[in-house]
Design a protein around this ligand. Structure first.
Ligand SMILES: [Zn+2]
Length: 186
């Protein structure tokens, strides 16, 4: 997936005309270029080498990173949805740097997305890369396409989860995870 900056520039200019704006006015004349550069930046963040951060270790307990800030774009309206991701895995001989989990979230979020797919893609990617005993991903997001248009219902969160391996099959593991991210109290 390679971006075409010239196409983006042309499209943004046309879009601005389409909504009745003058793309040549002072505030807008650099906008097509800015948008093109922004998507170039997103593309750079999508490509990262997971293997570089991989380590082998003896740690076999749950690793959990919570409250990872996520920004993505809904593919239906190209408006942001944003919030927090909580990611856990139980290693089976391979652990990764914690920043790798944050980079994984960013790589899959900086593109047109739907929250359900984003959640699954993060879980499946980590499952493939780390081959762990289990992976759990929970996303809590506010969608601007629901807040500033349509139902105009700001502030509420959409929660999705993707559970693999032990998080799916073992109730105690799942409960520990939900307790640690503050979703249940035991
Ligand atoms: Zn939307």
């Amino acid at each position: 997936m390679a971006i075409d900056k010239e196409k983006i520039r042309q499209a943004v200019r046309l879009f601005l005309e389409g909504i009745g704006e003058d793309p040549n006015r002072e505030g807008l004349k650099e906008t097509p270029e800015r948008v093109a550069r922004m998507w170039e930046e997103f593309e750079e963040k999508r490509d990262f080498d997971f293997k570089l951060f991989e380590e082998f270790g003896a740690y076999n307990e749950m690793v959990l990173v919570k409250d990872i800030t996520v920004y993505s774009l809904c593919e239906h309206h190209l408006l942001p949805f944003f919030g927090k991701a909580h990611i856990a895995y139980i290693p089976d001989g391979i652990i990764c740097g914690l920043s790798k989990l944050v980079r994984t979230v960013r790589a899959f979020s900086l593109r047109p997305q739907v929250q359900e797919r984003l959640t699954n893609e993060i879980a499946d990617f980590l499952n493939e890369q780390l081959n762990p005993k289990g992976v759990a991903v929970v996303l809590e997001m506010e969608h601007l396409c629901m807040s500033m248009r349509g139902v105009m219902s700001p502030g509420h969160l959409t929660i999705t989860s993707a559970l693999r391996g032990l998080f799916l099959n073992d109730l105690r593991t799942r409960e520990e995870f939900l307790k640690l991210i503050g979703k249940i109290s035991l």
